[in-house]
Design a protein around this ligand. Sequence first.
Ligand code: ZN
Length: 94
Amino acid sequence: MTDRSAGGTPPERSCVGCRRKGTRDELARYVAVAGVLTRDDRKRLPGRGAWVHDDPRCLELALKRRAFERAGIIARVPRANDAMRIPRAGLPLT
Ligand SMILES: [Zn+2]
């Protein structure tokens, strides 16, 4: 709640699953990392990203609709029932 006082509303992203909008905090970001669809937990990896609500139903919808491919993410994307296998990135590597 620090930098939102510039008179605007918080920037919104569209979920590629359900197509509804949400704020950056409500959505998870997915990017291609070395050709693999990856959940960008810190929302700061370079490259084109697609946003999906942090809800397994939205993720499944996005996978079924091939929404990541359509968003221009060139990656190996699991089938909808393999959503659990999407790797996560951005957590500290120690
Ligand atoms: Zn959604």
